[in-house]
Design a binder for this molecule. Structure first.
Ligand SMILES: [Fe+2]
Ligand SMILES: [Fe+2]
Length: 257
């Protein structure tokens, strides 16, 4: 039986019995074949259905990602920044998050959420947002409120992505030494993702040319980031950033305006 036999007949052999047994086994074999065939067809159907669901899901994800990006671009365009600023911030943030050993699914959230860091600029009047010269004290207070406005517009979501975006929007101008805004958080009180975005946002702003300022030379930018270690920025994250600077420079080159 162990080698695959399913039946046996005892001597003396009766031809009637043999025929009956053979008939039974042929029927059994036909039933087995039919079942196998049916299972195979079922597997194909399930695979096709799964593929369709997957495609639908990919499309939904794609639409979500694109909707986020386009919404952020709309707010950013008022600022006369190019859409490339947001694209670079996303790439830099994900890269730095990965170098800081964040798990890959969190890196993906960070990639999407970082795009929304300045969403609150949508609530800043043109006269301030687009002012060519320096802001006066009162204008500066209004300008700083883009952090709170952004956080308010993302508040109370049940989705991790939007919760993360809220915390980044609120805290990306906090400083490690506690002298940032809007809450004056200090050190690790500042959410880690906001500490990451804070570094790459400053890096990108300094490297970028704006209507009111020239782009700063690369070495000078690195010098400033190094000098702000443990002042504006988390020292450990600055070290990781500088240790991998070549990769950030590649992103800057690939996504230049
Ligand atoms: Fe900002
Ligand atoms: Fe920014």
């Amino acid at each position: 039986m162990a080698i695959g036999a399913v039946d046996y007949i005892t001597k003396p052999i009766s031809s009637l019995e043999v025929r009956a047994r053979i008939r039974t086994h042929l029927r059994l074999k036909a039933a087995e074949d039919a079942l196998r065939e049916q299972n195979h067809l079922l597997e194909i159907k399930v695979a096709q259905r799964t593929k369709k669901i997957q495609e639908k899901q990919n499309e939904i994800n794609g639409v979500q990602h694109e909707a986020i990006l386009r919404l952020c671009l709309a707010s950013e365009l008022r600022d006369k920044e190019t859409g490339m600023h947001i694209r670079r911030i996303q790439e830099y943030s994900a890269l730095l998050g990965r170098k800081c050993s964040l798990p890959e699914d969190h890196v993906e959230l960070l990639y999407l959420a970082s795009a929304m860091h300045d969403l609150g600029k949508i609530g800043i009047p043109d006269s301030i947002l687009l002012k060519p010269g320096k802001l006066d004290a009162e204008e500066w207070i209004i300008m700083k409120s883009h952090t709170v406005i952004g956080a308010q517009s993302l508040a109370n979501s049940r989705f991790r992505l939007i919760q993360l975006a809220e915390s980044i929007a609120r805290s990306h101008h906090e400083r490690w030494d506690g002298n940032g805004y809007p809450d004056g958080l200090k050190g690790v009180e500042i959410p880690m993702e906001a500490r990451i975005v804070s570094i790459v946002d400053s890096f990108d702003a300094m490297l970028s040319q704006r209507p009111y300022k020239k782009a700063m030379p690369f070495d000078e930018v690195l010098e400033i980031i190094r000098s702000e270690r443990a002042l504006a920025f988390d020292p450990a994250i600055v070290d990781i950033f500088l240790a991998n600077i070549a990769e950030f420079q590649s992103v800057a080159t690939a996504l230049s305006d």
